[in-house]
Structures are given as structure tokens and as C-alpha cells.
Write a protein of this length. Structure first.
Length: 671
């Protein structure tokens, strides 16, 4: 019977097989130093020659991003790991029914464990990785090093400690540490993205150039969608250039796939505004009541209306925004007076004059297409209706970054500062609403922090009724011992993150009972209310990364001692539960980790059924042929048993024959 491999894919071995199929003459054999077994390896000199149109003679200069540690980063991305995900019901919410996941542990391990299950299935990734602030960069894989180690490894000093080159980069080791950390994670993340998927990466100005080059190498330069400038704060530091922004680099898996999808998403927002305008204009004839009703609806949905969140006004012609389209942006314009209707005085003129001749302005005034301020001191604006909008995205977002702290303080009123610099919920909802448009779409955040992404996802699902899913990954990094959460018993950032999701879920569910709101006279959207009441998922399964459930039993016969023989009769570690084993099977077999799980007692044994008949698993001891026959009659797609759990050798031998006879389509493996 075939056994589960119990480790993540060996990407290097798979790549060797692919190259062997293309260039068989570039593959040779060598003996593995650890196992002594022969293995296939690539003759790189021969491969270089195969891919060149001239004789290759040693290394050649070429344009590429390089740093001390890049080879180690590539190795870290490709190397398999023998780890597993262990379920933690007591920290989960709605464990048996939720489609959301929270994975606690190193995110590089998490990405590898998710590879087979979610390969090409994640629609959007948002990450806010640690910024390079010029200090030692610490993470679980600990790529930081001291200055002398860096200078030696980067060949800036010789064996005697003397510098080999004079003009060294003072902060080079910090850039190298950061690149070595981020590179393997982005490389694996690309595998998880759907063909029309995209990744949004928050970053500061210190590493944006390097991040751009890394993404060009991993995703391809043509798949860069853009760099969004987020104007989020004001820095009053008088000694430097004022820093008021961060960046969000946006990259996709396949530019051809996503371009149409994004244009469609913007078009959907435009149509939503147009339809809402028609609905309210029909319902309200009084201009003040019409604007009041629309304002209530607009405030409720502002986040998912991006990039048309400036369309916050309504009149008999529909929803509109005020733009400076009447001003001349580049050269001397037309000069004339526009009289304010209330004060009777000329309105303030734009610096470069008006774009239109006076005759055109008179026509726009007659058509009520000009927006005036409260008095003549405000520049006039042009009324732009939603139905006139041309689908496009802006590279600049203006949003106060301090609102993220307010979002968190609302959930944790007992703390003055629960988490440093959390991203605002409505900031992330702009990207979520643009990319996740279909039921079941998945967003992944493998630097979850306080889990703003999960919070934003749940609120967005409540607002529009689309059933999105989230996967959060967070290292159990200790909260500062003097921090408010630590003093309150929340010891790690992962614990704070989980508690934030719990509280955000409760708040979202409570708000849903009042949704859709009818204050201000807005006609209730009963269709969305009905959808969200049935589909809103505020739960999450907690899975913790741990060592394999299997004992280390790989010994040569002449090295085995008498007291080690028992290891071969039961290869499962003593402290592992049947549900631990089940999740390792799900990871190994590439089965969705959020599928519903049911337990039944059959022939006195506990049997797990995943998503009905997607998988049947029994890890009890003394399994009989009667139990095997009963399971085979259920015709599961997959079945798995412990290798040492059969009540006799004959039962073990007959398992495959029984399934072949009663359920030939079933795949059967042992653990």
C-alpha cells in the first residue's frame, strides 16, 4: 500500500525532473552524502551551453539583483520540511463550520505547508512585512548577523581582517538580511496565487527599490501593476524632508488575466453607484432628504466603493463628485468672474485661470454642473456624475494612518495602545473589494500582525454579502513585557491577533443584526441582508505549526539497538491525537484545510469523514476487515489508515483488494 510522504514538496527535485525532460544531456548522477543513494543532478556548465548561442567560457556580467545570502534564500525556498499543522480547537471559533484559517508559526514553514493544498487558489495576498529600519533584523529564521560576519561573507574583508575594498555600503548587511528574508517567502507566495491573483505589499522608502527588483525577478517585470503612494500622516521633523507617505507595491501572477478583471471590478463599482442613484432619486423628491439618505448609504459602503469613493453627492441627475476639471492645470487660462449665488461676490479664481471660455462656463452654470462652496472664498468645482466616469485607478491614496489605531482601540477599549501602527480597516477594504469579487475567493496575509486583514474581510462580507475567506499567518512573537497586552495576559502577537479576530467577529455579527440600516430613510437592501444572514463567517480554525507527527525511525539495520525495535511497530509520537494525524494527512494529500469534519463510530472505531466522502480516515488500533468493508461501501474518494493499526497481517494485506472490489475509484494510503 502506498504511504503518505509526510513532508512538503521538494521543489529542487521537481525542477531537476523538468529540466531533465527538456535537456536530458544536462543531467548526471551523484551520490548523496547523507544517504549514500544515487540521485540526479544538473550539469550546470552543460546547461549554460545549451542555453547559449556561443561558447560559454566562465561567468559573464549580466543585469540582475544580487546580495550576500541570495543563494541561501533560494535554497530556503526550495528545501522541503518535515512539519505539520496541529489543530487547536480551544482557541478557534466555529471550528467545525468556518472556512477561515489562522496559522500560528513561522510564515516560511506555513507557506510550504500550504503549497499543495492552495496551489493556484489564492486570489489576493496582502502583506505588511517588517520594514528595514536600519537595525538588526530578527525573525524566527534569524538572518541577522554582526558587521564582521557580513563583511567576511560579502568578501569585503580578507582572512586577516583587512578591507578588500574601500567604498563599502554602511547599511549593506541590513539590506541583505531583509532581502534574504523576503525573497523565499515571495517565491513561494507566487505559487499560491491564482492566475488572476495579485499581491499587495506595504513598504517604506528604504526598501521599495529592492522590493521592486525582487518582484521583477520573481513575478516578471511585465506583471507589475503599479506602485500606490499612500499619503497617511504628517511628519513634523524639521531636520529632514517631511515624510508623509508609505508605498503599496502591486504585482500580479499574469497581467493578461488580471487586467480585464480589474477593469470589470471598477465598472461594477460605477454601476453600483449609478443604480443606487436611480433608486434614491425615484424614492425621494426633496433634495435635502435625498442627500441625507445617500449620505447614510455612502458612509456604510465607502470602503468598497474605492476607487470611486469621492462620489459622495447626489441630485436629480444621480450620484456625482466634485472635481477641479474647470481649472486650467498647465498654462494661462481664461479670466472672468463667476458670481457666487449666495454672497453675490465673484468666486476665488484658480491660479492658472479657468479651462473653459466664458460661454462654456455660462452653459455649465445653466445646466447646474458647477459646485459652489459655502461662500465665494472656495474654488468652484465641476460636477462629475458616476455614469460619466472612465474606468481607471489612481496611484495615490489619501487616508489618515492613525485610523488603524482607532479601529483597534474600538475593539480593545481597555488598552491605550494594543499594537503599534496597525493598518486601517477601510484602507485594506479598498484592495479587498477590488480583487475579491466572487464567493469563495481567498485572501492570504502571512504577516498578519493584529489581523486587520481578517477584520476588514469580515466587515466587507457583511456589507455586500460575498462570502470571502481569509488565511492569516502570524509568528508567536512575544509582546513586549511592559506592553499593555502582556500585562493583561496576552503574551504573544499571535494571541493578540486571534483575540482581535474574535472581537471583530462579534462586533461584525452584532452590526449585521442592524444591517441594512434604515435611518435616514434609506430603502432596505433586503437581498444583501438575507445573503449575509446566511453566509457571514466570523469563525476561524487555529492550526499551529509543529514537528512531524511521525517518529524518526530511519536507521540502518546494523545501527539499530534492541530497545529501538518498538519504534517500528508504532511510528506515531505518543503525544499526538487522531485529529493531529488527520490534519497531517490533509496537508500531505493537498485537501482543503477548512473542509467540514465529521466523526462517526463504526464497528466500535472512530472514523473521520472530511467534507462528506472526500476523505475517510481511521487511526484506531485493531482495525478489522468488517470496518474496512463498511468504509469501502461508503465509496470515499480517499481513505487512510495507520500502518500499524490492523488487527492482523491478513487484514493489512487485504485492504487494497477490498477497496478495489467495492470502491475501485478510491485512493487508499497508509500513515
Amino acid at each position: 500500500m502506498e504511504k503518505l510522504k509526510m513532508h512538503t514538496p521538494n521543489i529542487t527535485a521537481e525542477n531537476v525532473e523538468k529540466l531533465a525532460a527538456l535537456f536530458p544531456n544536462c543531467v548526471t548522477e551523484t551520490r548523496d552524502e547523507k544517504t549514500g543513494q544515487l540521485k540526479l543532478v544538473i550539469d550546470f556548465d552543460q546547461l549554460h551551453q545549451e542555453l547559449s548561442d556561443h561558447v560559454v567560457d566562465g561567468p559573464r556580467e549580466r543585469y540582475h539583483l544580487d546580495w550576500p545570502g541570495k543563494r541561501e534564500a533560494l535554497l530556503a525556498a526550495n528545501a522541503p520540511i518535515a512539519k505539520t499543522l496541529r489543530p487547536c480547537r480551544e482557541e478557534s471559533v466555529d471550528f467545525d463550520t468556518t472556512k477561515n484559517l489562522f496559522i500560528e508559526g513561522d510564515n516560511l514553514d506555513a507557506l510550504k505547508l500550504l503549497q499543495e493544498t492552495y496551489l493556484g487558489k489564492v486570489k489576493m495576498i496582502y502583506i505588511d512585512p517588517p520594514y528595514n529600519t536600519g537595525g538588526d533584523f530578527l525573525y524566527d529564521d534569524d538572518f541577522s548577523e554582526n558587521a564582521s560576519d557580513y563583511l567576511s561573507r560579502s568578501q569585503q574583508v580578507g582572512t586577516d581582517g583587512a578591507r578588500l575594498n574601500v567604498n563599502t555600503e554602511l547599511n549593506g548587511r541590513f539590506h541583505s538580511d531583509w532581502l534574504t528574508h523576503i525573497y523565499p517567502r515571495l517565491k513561494i507566495a507566487r505559487n499560491l496565487l491564482a492566475s488572476d491573483g495579485s499581491i499587495f505589499i506595504s513598504i517604506n522608502d528604504r526598501e521599495i527599490p529592492n522590493l521592486r527588483k525582487v518582484c521583477d525577478e520573481i513575478f516578471g517585470e511585465h506583471n507589475l501593476l503599479g506602485c500606490i503612494v499612500w499619503k497617511n500622516a504628517t511628519d513634523n521633523n524639521p531636520s529632514n524632508v517631511v515624510v508623509e507617505h508609505e508605498y503599496v507595491l502591486v504585482v500580479c501572477k499574469d497581467h493578461n488575466e488580471i487586467e480585464t478583471s480589474w477593469q470589470s471590478a471598477v465598472s461594477d463599482v460605477k454601476q453600483l453607484l449609478v443604480n443606487k442613484g436611480k433608486e434614491l432619486v425615484t424614492a425621494y423628491h426633496d433634495p435635502d432628504k435625498l442627500q441625507a439618505a445617500y449620505t447614510v448609504w455612502f458612509r456604510k459602503h465607502k470602503a468598497e466603493l474605492w476607487p470611486l469613493d469621492g462620489y459622495k453627492y447626489i441630485d436629480a441627475g444621480g450620484v456625482y463628485a466634485g472635481i477641479r476639471g474647470v481649472h486650467n492645470p498647465g498654462k494661462e487660462g481664461y479670466r472672468y468672474d463667476v458670481i457666487h449665488p449666495e454672497t453675490g461676490r465673484p468666486c476665488k479664481q484658480p491660479l492658472m485661470g479657468y479651462r473653459f471660455p466664458e460661454e462654456t462656463m455660462k452653459r455649465l452654470l445653466d445646466e447646474k454642473k458647477i459646485i459652489f462652496g459655502d461662500d465665494h472664498n472656495k474654488l468652484i468645482e465641476l460636477k462629475a456624475y458616476a455614469h460619466e466616469y472612465q474606468e481607471k485607478l489612481s496611484s495615490v491614496i489619501e487616508l489618515d494612518g492613525r485610523s488603524g489605531a482607532y479601529d483597534l482601540r474600538t475593539l480593545f477599549p481597555e488598552f491605550k495602545t494594543a499594537f503599534k501602527n496597525p493598518k486601517p480597516v477601510n484602507f485594506l477594504q479598498r484592495f479587498l473589494s477590488l480583487t475579491l469579487k466572487t464567493n469563495g475567493d481567498i485572501v492570504l496575509d502571512f504577516y498578519a500582525g493584529s489581523s486587520t486583514t481578517a477584520h476588514a474581510t469580515m466587515e466587507l462580507c457583511r456589507n455586500d454579502g460575498i462570502t470571502r475567506r481569509f488565511i492569516m499567518v502570524q509568528l508567536p512573537e512575544p509582546c513586549g513585557p511592559d506592553s499593555e497586552p502582556a500585562k493583561a495576559g496576552i503574551l504573544t502577537i499571535a494571541d493578540l491577533s486571534k483575540e482581535r479576530i474574535r472581537r471583530a467577529g462579534q462586533k461584525t455579527s452584532a452590526d449585521q443584526e442592524k444591517f441594512p440600516r434604515s435611518d435616514g430613510g434609506v430603502p432596505p437592501s433586503s437581498d444583501i441582508a438575507e445573503k449575509t444572514s446566511k453566509s457571514l463567517d466570523i469563525g476561524f480554525r487555529v492550526l499551529k505549526i509543529d514537528t512531524s507527527n511521525m517518529k524518526d525511525v530511519y536507521y540502518a539495520p546494523d545501527e539499530m539497538k534492541q530497545d529501538q525495535l518498538a519504534l517500528h511497530t508504532d511510528n506515531i509520537k505518543e503525544n499526538r491525537t487522531p485529529e493531529d494525524l488527520l490534519f497531517q494527512v490533509l496537508v500531505d494529500w493537498g485537501v482543503d484545510l477548512a473542509l467540514p469534519i465529521a466523526q462517526e463510530t463504526i464497528a466500535g472505531k472512530t472514523v473521520f469523514f472530511v467534507d462528506g466522502n472526500a476523505l475517510a480516515a481511521c487511526f484506531d488500533s485493531h482495525i478489522s476487515e468488517d470496518l474496512v468493508k463498511e468504509l469501502a461501501k461508503r465509496k470515499p474518494l480517499r481513505a487512510v489508515f495507520r500502518d500499524s493499526s490492523y488487527n492482523s497481517d491478513s487484514t493489512k494485506i487485504n485492504v487494497e483488494q477490498i477497496f478495489t472490489l467495492l470502491s475501485p475509484a478510491s485512493k487508499v494510503k497508509s500513515l
